[in-house]
Design a protein around this ligand. Structure first.
Ligand code: AMP
Length: 280
């Protein structure tokens, strides 16, 4: 595996690969890698000749400085994991390689950035858009892989690609879970044993919401979910939203909705966890 840290190095390496007709896949990550990330790498290896994984904790997408500082980092373990997974190129840039100058582009994702994650993390998707656009510009991947664990992010990235006419195909990848159902996340390693144990309720609630969905009013469903989550001493529900899967328009009446996705954010102490489930 080639480990590169400058934009010029990676540009050169990829141009070489592309000029010999190779399909290039990109998996953007913030490191502290787990099996969810590896699943993205595997999918990329299946569909591409050259797989690049970027590891960069992107400060512009953190709406709280403390969260940025506390974000888990473990570059040595990440490199080992990527080598084992068969990744070809790890791109590990520092801040000035990613942001050689400020990005003053006006990004507008309409409703996608005003609901759920957008509402609770002001500026988050703008930061995501900046870093992803920069990586696309430097690496010029044919395909880029994103986890459905960050459901709203996938929709924002698809919109970004459309708005800026970017020549890359976005490949969403299913959420990988621990055996007890908790969605894998770098932030899980910040949980205490007690928080980790209680966090299993998140996926159980989502599955129960799916079961009850067609026969229960949304207000009753959310009230029930809030009670289920908040009765755990370490947890606090931030939101449970039920929305149309492409626009994320909140749904008012599930009985008349052909498709719906449930999106959830829960605080476990100071750690924020998100998950989602396609209801139908
Ligand atoms: P992150 O390092 O958290 O920014 O995540 C990098 C990529 O991995 C994003 O596209 C995430 O959606 C994806 N990802 C994170 N956790 C999981 C998971 N449990 N299953 C599948 N993909 C994931």
């Amino acid at each position: 595996m080639n480990v590169l840290s400058t934009a010029n190095e990676i540009r050169r390496a990829i141009q070489n690969a592309k000029s010999s007709g190779k399909i290039v896949g990109l998996v953007p990550t913030m490191g502290a890698l787990h099996h969810g990330h590896v699943s993205l790498v595997r999918q990329a290896l299946d569909l591409c000749d050259v797989v690049v994984v970027s590891v960069f904790v992107n400060p512009t997408q953190f709406n709280e400085q403390q969260d940025y500082q506390n974000y888990p980092r473990n570059l040595d373990a990440d490199m080992e994991m990527l080598r084992d997974a068969g990744c070809h190129v790890a791109f590990v840039p520092d801040f000035k390689e990613v942001y050689p100058e400020p990005d003053n582009t006006h990004y507008d994702f309409g409703q996608l950035e005003t609901v759920y994650e957008g509402a609770h993390r002001p500026g988050h998707f703008r930061g995501v858009a900046m870093v992803v656009r920069r990586f696309f510009e430097v690496i010029q991947p044919d395909k880029a892989f994103f986890g459905l664990k960050d459901y709203q992010q996938v929709l924002v990235i698809k919109d970004l690609v459309k708005q800026f006419n970017l020549n890359v195909s976005i490949e969403p990848v299913t959420t990988i879970r621990e055996n007890d159902g908790l969605a894998m996340s770098s932030r899980n390693r910040l949980l205490s044993a007690r928080q980790r144990e209680q966090a299993t309720i998140i996926y159980r609630v989502l599955k129960e919401v799916r079961k009850k969905a067609k026969n229960t009013d949304i207000a009753d469903l959310t009230a029930w979910a809030q009670q289920e989550i908040n009765q755990h001493s370490e947890l606090k529900l931030e939101y449970l939203g039920i929305a149309e899967p492409n626009s994320l328009t909140p749904i008012e009446n599930l009985r008349e909705s052909p498709h719906a996705v449930a999106l959830i954010a829960v605080w476990a102490g100071n750690t924020r966890l998100i998950d989602n489930l396609q209801l139908f």
